[in-house]
Design a binder for this molecule. Structure first.
Ligand SMILES: Cc1cc2nc3c(=O)[nH]c(=O)nc-3n(C[C@H](O)[C@H](O)[C@H](O)COP(=O)(O)O)c2cc1C
Length: 203
């Protein structure tokens, strides 16, 4: 089973990427699970424009990214809270994939990141406005990495142990569910029911 981890911060050395590494290591430790990472801070994508349809030169990375998404059974989407919003790079990412299958009817675990006690706004925003045309299926579970500088650090002396352990336990549970949904939703995608030719965009 292959899980893609999409990190939504624009920053090259973001706390979101650190959380992504922590979650990726948890997944990689499980039998039969492989992960790959798209860090939009280190590998930024152009802002959507019409040239994407004619494969303009700025879109040369898209075929490889499409293959990686197509081959994935599910996703972890990490969104730092910026001004109470999802960063533009992540919103742009969702624009690139419509009813063309890459994300469609695949489960995704949303993970918000905040230096303080925030994070809830981005979870609401992702659940409200990111999936209509690409048909990504948000899990009913979510993660919020609050006070993020004190958790998920490779150097454990930098962690606030109770907060780190609580996040680690919660993420183990949420990732187990993500893998269960990833296995289950394969049967939905193989059911023959999905008709994006007739119903290209969500209502
Ligand atoms: C432009 C900007 C806006 C931010 N706005 C918020 C916010 O609204 N709520 C919040 O909890 N943290 C906010 N933060 C702090 C982030 O939580 C913090 O940078 C954290 O490390 C996650 O971002 P990162 O993944 O880019 O490191 C903001 C940070 C930036 C750079």
């Amino acid at each position: 089973m292959k899980i893609g981890i999409v990190t939504g911060s624009h920053r090259k050395d973001s706390q979101s990427a650190k959380v992504g590494r922590f979650l990726s290591a948890q997944l990689d430790a499980r039998d039969g699970v492989a992960t790959w990472v798209l860090d939009l801070g280190r590998s930024p994508l152009p802002l959507w424009d019409e040239d994407i349809w004619s494969q303009g030169s700025q879109w040369s990375a898209i075929p490889d990214l499409k293959t990686a998404l197509d081959q994935s059974d599910g996703f972890v989407v990490i969104a730092p809270e910026w001004h109470g919003m999802v960063p533009a790079a992540l919103k742009n990412f969702f624009l690139l994939w419509a009813a063309t299958g890459e994300l469609s009817h695949k489960p995704a675990l949303p993970c918000a990141v905040s230096a303080g006690e925030g994070g809830a706004y981005v979870i609401s925003e992702l659940r409200m406005s990111s999936y209509k045309n690409n048909r990504l299926c948000w899990l009913p579970e979510q993660l919020i990495a609050r006070d993020v500088k004190a958790i998920c650090n490779e150097d454990s002396t930098q962690n606030d142990t109770p907060n780190h352990d609580a996040f680690a336990e919660r993420s183990r549970y949420a990732l187990d569910l993500l893998l269960a949904y990833a296995a289950a939703l394969r049967s939905v995608r193989n059911s023959g029911l999905i008709d994006h030719d007739t119903f290209m965009n969500g209502m």
